[in-house]
Design a binder for this molecule. Structure first.
Ligand SMILES: C[S@@+](CC[C@H](N)C(=O)[O-])C[C@H]1O[C@@H](n2cnc3c(N)ncnc32)[C@H](O)[C@@H]1O
Length: 224
């Protein structure tokens, strides 16, 4: 199953400028970016023997923070974003970059993962697709493996309304309008969908008005 808006959100047109833009954390969309990426990698508990999947790897900024791993698979639809990743990942021995859709990739022959990470990509899936992604992530993880997401999120629908009301000036109202054209997470819905998929939510943490992280673990019935 390919996600509905994969072509619309393919970042080919923005790839050349992407890394410069994410460094500007005065932009409310970017505020918290560096901290979210660092937290995502830290929460994923990646060690030298870990097999890791990055969903929406883009130019490789999250994978670049992984000090070592046995194998990393990065997935993205954008040829031009992926083209920038290898230069940042030379410290990792075994990296595969797959040009594929976030959902469709699970129909491929993938290894079992110790950790699945994703930053600022899953808001390109609608809520039904997010729920499907969580089921696919659960299926791809080993028991005890971690799934960690950093992205643009509102705590709830009520929180979105409060922020939209407070951000009534022209610039920030435009931010809310453009976000509404994508699929920013609702933390409360996502926690329910993650739990329904069989993942145990460990933490939901806010990094800025719009940036959050959610970490989860696939329960290991064999663990003490
Ligand atoms: C905002 S960028 C985030 C990139 C990187 N993870 C980061 O944090 O800098 C979102 C990425 O998701 C990719 N993307 C969007 N929709 C996708 C889909 N359906 N399947 C695969 N990749 C997708 C885009 O091409 C883009 O590279």
């Amino acid at each position: 199953m390919r996600s509905r808006d994969a072509d619309r959100f393919n970042h080919d047109p923005w790839a050349d400028d992407y890394d410069r833009k994410v460094r500007d954390e005065t932009n409310p969309i970017r505020a918290g970016y560096a901290a979210v990426l660092a937290w995502t990698v830290e929460q994923a508990r990646i060690g030298p023997d870990s097999v890791v999947l990055d969903l929406g790897v883009g130019t490789g900024n999250t994978v670049a923070l992984i000090p070592r791993a046995r194998r990393v698979v990065g997935v993205d639809v954008s040829t031009r974003m992926l083209a920038q990743a290898p230069a940042k990942l030379s410290h990792l021995l075994h990296v595969e970059l797959l040009e594929a859709d976030l959902l469709e990739v699970f129909d491929r022959d993938l290894p079992v993962f110790d950790a699945v990470v994703s930053t600022y990509s899953v808001h390109h899936l609608d809520d039904t697709e997010k729920a499907e992604l969580f089921r696919r992530v659960h299926g791809a993880l080993r028991p005890g493996g971690r799934a960690v997401f950093g992205d643009l999120m509102f705590e709830s629908e009520a929180a979105r309304s409060e922020i939209a009301a407070a951000w009534s000036d022209e610039d920030r109202a435009r931010v809310i309008k453009s976000l509404d054209e994508e699929h920013p997470w609702r933390v409360d819905h996502a926690v329910r969908h993650l739990e329904s998929a069989g993942l145990q939510v460990l933490e939901a943490r806010r990094f800025s008005v719009l940036s959050w992280g959610i970490s989860a673990e696939k329960p290991d019935p064999g663990a003490l």
